[in-house]
Design a protein around this ligand. Structure first.
Ligand SMILES: [Zn+2]
Length: 125
């Protein structure tokens, strides 16, 4: 009966809306958010919330995993960071001394074995 493009009406203010205006977020006359758009926004928010929960449950987005000081050297003295430096130095010296002894013993053992092999070869040859 009336004009073209009068198919849609704002449910709040009753203004006739064109398809262009209806594609917008809200009514250009009363600024009421269209129900279908509001529903879509709510749905998107719900999806985002569920996704965020899933991400949180899966461990993403949380704090990064704490690196435990168990790898490599001695763990740092947390209670008294500067009080045990002397002990740490002594430990380090003791460790390097042990390594030196092991290397030294290894070299001697290799020389002994080599000498035994050479002696055996000479004796048998
Ligand atoms: Zn309106």
């Amino acid at each position: 009966m009336s004009a073209s493009g009068d198919l849609y009406r704002c449910s709040t203010c009753g203004a006739s809306l064109s398809l262009e205006q209806l594609r917008g977020v809200q009514c250009p006359f009363c600024n009421t958010v269209f129900p279908h758009h509001g529903a879509a926004v709510q749905h998107a928010a719900l999806v985002n919330q569920v996704m965020a929960n899933n991400f949180h449950q899966a461990g993403y987005g949380g704090p990064p995993p704490q690196i435990t000081p168990q790898y490599g050297a001695q763990p740092p003295q947390i209670q008294n960071p500067y009080g045990n430096v002397h002990g740490q130095i002594e430990q380090s010296l003791a460790r390097s001394a042990k390594i030196t002894v092991f290397v030294f013993v290894g070299i001697i053992a290799m020389m002994v074995i080599l000498g035994a092999v050479i002696g055996l070869v000479v004796f048998l040859g």
